[in-house]
Design a protein around this ligand. Structure first.
Ligand SMILES: Nc1ncnc2c1ncn2[C@@H]1O[C@H](COP(=O)(O)OP(=O)(O)OP(=O)(O)O)[C@@H](O)[C@H]1O
Ligand SMILES: [Mg+2]
Length: 384
């Protein structure tokens, strides 16, 4: 097959999707090949030996996040992909390689998208290298799923052990609490002993709460999905958090717009999610400060068309976290608190995952912490 010479303004009607340079083959064959490339679910980019764009299909434009222009074909690739100098460099140096990378990955800036790609030489009829083609796919979604899978494996291993221990510890703990209570009643006249027994009971209760939390964490989530209002779940969380942590004078400014769509979600799980986030913020801020809560709709990037999602952000003006803490906060049992069990955010993550959502955080020492939760409006079609 002859390499299409970059050409614009073809007299033939433009293909319905994608853009490809005209070619010298019979019209029907040309159209056929154009349709194959245009309809591909992979991105395809081809350049000629002199670095001009010969082809970039619609999926390619989408993945690169570049607006298509009718005169892109025939332009230097460095100009069309101005935003992606790394990709351009790789393409242009490919001509000097004997062996092209068969399967490689790179992260696109600034979108953070991960793409997997392969290169292939395009040869002319004489077998000479006339261009390079790049076939690529947006792996962001795949990466997320893989990471989730890894987390799930890790949780399964940690969880199994924790559940076994928690189960064993539960009964003796209850025993300690009951017996300390009995003893307290038997020696009402010894104030010192009363004080010690009171402490024993309080400690046993706390240990029991941790055991309950562990068991709750390892229990698989069964979502009771219904049309759920984010604002209602959040209000319930504010009340619940007050019963579990000291809020002091911290102001919670909930700016969740009334017109935010209801989502398919489990109201109780969402309440727990927000409660854990609020408790963390209260604990970090030690009774003083402000938590600003905002929400809006976004297109969730799922590596495909995107789907409608609701994004909720909690910004506190607490102490923030250094990078080495932020990196681990979602790990089960990771805590910086003397009395913490380190399960709060692990549970949050589990709930977000169960809803097929995303969570990330932005934080630095002295700059507070922003937690962003993105939840799809409707339950996943699971078409990946
Ligand atoms: N809003 C926040 N500001 C500063 N640090 C935070 C914030 N939220 C979480 N962290 C840090 O993340 C760690 C992990 O949080 P996580 O909720 O998982 O566990 P925990 O709060 O320590 O214990 P638990 O929630 O089980 O009682 C905390 O120990 C804290 O260091
Ligand atoms: Mg916590």
């Amino acid at each position: 097959m002859e390499l299409p010479t970059p050409m614009t303004g073809s007299s033939r009607p433009a293909p319905p999707r994608g853009r490809a340079a005209g070619a010298t083959q019979p019209a029907h064959a040309d159209a056929f090949f154009r349709q194959i490339v245009a309809g591909m679910r992979n991105g395809v980019l081809a350049i000629t030996r002199d670095g001009m764009v010969a082809l970039l299909n619609e999926e390619g434009y989408r993945i690169f996040g570049v607006e298509p222009h009718p005169d892109d074909l025939g332009k230097p690739v460095a100009e069309v992909l101005r935003a992606h100098p790394d990709v351009v460099r790789q393409l242009l140096t490919a001509f000097d390689l004997n062996m092209l990378p068969n399967r490689a990955e790179t992260r696109l800036r600034p979108s953070g998208k991960v793409i997997g790609y392969t290169f292939a030489f395009v040869r002319d009829d004489g077998g000479e290298i006339a261009g390079v083609a790049m076939f690529f796919k947006d792996l962001t979604r795949v990466e997320q799923l893989e990471e989730r899978e890894r987390l799930r494996d890790r949780l399964a291993a940690v969880g199994e052990m924790a559940a076994a221990i928690a189960h064993e510890v539960k009964n003796p703990l209850a025993g300690i609490e009951v017996m300390a209570g009995l003893l307290r009643r038997k020696i009402p006249d010894i104030p010192d002993a009363q004080a010690v027994l009171k402490d024993i009971i309080a400690e046993a209760k706390m240990a029991n709460a941790i055991v309950q939390e562990v068991l709750e964490f390892v229990r698989p989530i069964r979502l009771q999905v219904e049309h759920t209002s984010i604002a209602n779940a959040f209000d319930a969380a504010v009340s619940l958090a007050d019963t579990k942590a000291a809020r002091g004078t911290i102001a919670v400014d909930a700016g969740i717009p009334a017109d935010i769509p209801q989502i398919q979600a489990d109201h109780h799980q969402l309440t727990q999610l927000f409660t854990n986030l609020l408790i963390n913020a209260y604990e970090a801020m030690e009774g003083r400060g402000r938590i600003a809560v905002t929400a809006g709709t976004v297109q969730q990037d799922d590596g495909g068309e995107g789907r409608e999602a609701v994004r909720i952000e909690l910004q506190d003006n607490g102490p923030g976290m250094p990078a080495d803490v932020a990196e681990h906060v979602f790990d089960p049992f990771y805590t910086t608190k003397a009395q913490g069990s380190g399960l709060g955010l692990a549970i949050v993550r589990k709930i977000v995952d169960a809803h097929d959502g995303q969570i990330d955080l932005r934080t630095a020492p002295g700059s507070g912490t922003l937690i962003r939760v993105t939840l799809p409006v409707s339950v996943s079609r699971d078409d990946t």
